[in-house]
Design a protein around this ligand. Structure first.
Ligand code: NAP
Length: 272
């Protein structure tokens, strides 16, 4: 299992994104993913599936300590007190005594960052999570968070795929020693791209696998989501081939100005 290290923390380089998984499909796909060898699950309070993710983990029979579980606190729970309570609720739903990584899902400018980061540190010190991090942080937000956080931030979960240029924030994460988890790593399945397909054909891989490989080969963590068992297998089969320097560079030219997929009204002002 390939891992990405940040500040001594080892995070499996591929995880299952569970955002769209609901009810029994969620529990079944989570269990199947773990049986196939996945050792990293990504959920969030907002996904409304923490209970089913926990059920899938239990049903898989894989020992809890072998699986890296991430959840995220929704931004309306960032006030001190609310944050701690929401994490207790998440753990009750997951059926776990702690998660491996707890992230702040989106920045919330209405609550001072320092207050939220202190609350995050408090739940870590109380043993509710092993590690803490952020998500959707820009260069400026990440610098502020790293400065203010009483506990080391080990991860920034952001949108990264070949159609979006994220060089600035990736460089900032590297500078702060913060690992990056790439969400929408196959562009929500909509990267219908002749270049990725052509490169994939040379390696007997699909365009989706090339997109994922391009990310892990840069040292990023990927969390593709799928509701289909056969795609679990496809998406994990990215560690048995290598893209050449020329292929990596060519994929790096595919970024589009409108390549960003996720930008809700409460998103921060993105780096340009
Ligand atoms: N932190 C954040 O703010 C944030 C935001 C968005 C997402 N996320 C996390 O990132 C995870 C992944 O992002 P995402 O689900 O939005 O996008 P994604 O992983 O890029 O794409 C998932 C979509 O692609 C399809 N798909 C999966 N594997 C495929 C393959 N090999 N070939 C073709 N299509 C394929 C899936 O459909 P089928 O189900 O039909 O396979 C699904 O519709 C989420 O589940 C969530 O955990 C985090």
């Amino acid at each position: 299992m390939q891992v990405v290290e940040s500040k001594g923390v080892r995070i499996p380089a591929i995880g299952l994104g569970t955002m769209r998984l609901k009810d029994e499909t969620c529990a079944r796909i989570v269990s199947e993913a773990l049986k196939q060898g996945y050792r990293h699950l990504d959920t969030a309070q907002m996904y409304g599936n923490e209970r089913e993710v926990g059920e899938g983990l239990k049903a898989s029979g894989i020992p809890r300590e072998q699986v890296f579980v991430t959840t995220k606190v929704w931004w309306d729970k960032f006030a001190p007190g609310d944050l701690e309570n929401s994490v207790e609720e998440s753990l009750a739903k997951l059926g776990l005594s702690s998660v491996d990584l707890l992230l702040l899902h989106w920045p919330n400018p209405k609550i001072p960052y320092v207050d939220t980061l202190n609350a995050l540190a408090k739940v870590k010190r109380a043993g509710l999570t092993k590690h803490v991090g952020v998500a959707n942080n820009t260069v400026a937000l990440l610098a502020e968070a790293v400065k203010l956080s009483p506990e080391p931030l080990v991860n920034n979960q952001i949108e990264v795929h070949p159609l979006l240029d994220q060089k600035k924030i990736l460089a900032a994460c590297a500078q702060h020693g913060v690992s990056v988890t790439a969400y929408c790593p196959i562009g929500r399945g909509k990267i219908d791209n002749a270049t990725l397909d052509r490169i994939g054909a040379k390696h007997a891989k699909t365009g989706a696998q090339v997109s994922l490989r391009w990310l892990v080969q840069q040292g990023l963590i990927v969390i593709p989501g799928t509701s289909k068992e056969e795609r679990l297998t496809e998406n994990a089969a990215i560690f048995d081939f290598t893209l050449s320097d020329a292929e990596m560079a060519e994929i790096g030219t595919l970024a589009q100005p409108d390549g960003r997929i996720v930008s809700p009204p409460f998103a921060p002002k993105w780096d340009v």
